[in-house]
Design a protein around this ligand. Structure first.
Ligand SMILES: [Zn+2]
Ligand SMILES: [Zn+2]
Length: 210
């Protein structure tokens, strides 16, 4: 039946934080925890889910604001995956100071992922796609079996991620979308970091920036 996707909209600029869970093994993964969230913690507890990993699409402060909190809540060593090119931004507080936010990301991730790496949630497998442009270390987490891609700020409904911040590059972003996202099956559902979900087909047909 597929893994379960639970959306939480949290943080100072309304980020999509996705909680993926396997109802059989009871394992759960958080993608881009934007802020500390007792709601997410309660959801995990109420469903007896065990948070086993945190996956980060990119290190902007609004996507990593909850990482340290969730790591501290966990009794286990919680792996936090990022692309190595995301570490400079992470160590620069995710760019928070440029936006007037005071933020200290706390821990530094040790679980580095590269293009083509495989990750698993229970019985489900995901491929890491390196999709730079919005930031150099941006990745997308793609499940071929379930037809789902968690694409951060690369592409959002009828829009693309901004490229006017340090490390951004529009040509690189467009190339990432064309090479890594528009080559996925048309019905693939795209789960962005902000706003509603969409599909490859919808964006191929109706995204004015592509
Ligand atoms: Zn971003
Ligand atoms: Zn964002």
């Amino acid at each position: 039946m597929g893994f379960d996707i639970k959306l939480f909209v949290i943080g100072p600029i309304e980020n999509n934080t996705y909680l993926l869970s396997d109802s059989v093994t009871k394992e759960a993964v958080l993608i881009d925890p934007a802020a500390p969230s007792q709601d997410i913690q309660n959801y995990l507890n109420n469903n007896q889910y065990h948070l086993t990993q945190i996956w980060i699409t990119h290190a902007h402060f609004d996507h990593i604001g909850g990482v340290n909190w969730f790591v501290e809540q966990s009794q286990d060593q919680l792996p936090v995956t990022v692309h190595p090119d995301a570490l400079p931004l992470w160590e620069n507080a995710g760019g928070a100071h440029e936006f007037g936010f005071d933020f200290n990301p706390g821990m530094i991730p040790q679980d580095l992922v590269q293009d083509g790496d495989m990750l698993t949630l229970g019985t489900y497998s995901f491929t890491v796609l390196h999709t730079p442009g919005h930031t150099p270390g941006h990745v997308t987490y793609y499940s071929a079996n379930e037809g789902a891609a968690f694409c951060g700020d690369l592409i959002v409904y009828h829009d693309v991620g901004r490229t006017d911040m340090p490390g951004g590059n529009q040509a690189t972003l467009i190339n990432s979308i064309n090479q890594k996202i528009f080559t996925l099956p048309d019905q693939t559902r795209l789960y962005p970091g902000h706003g509603r979900s969409t599909t490859v087909k919808e964006e191929k047909s109706n995204n004015p920036f592509l």
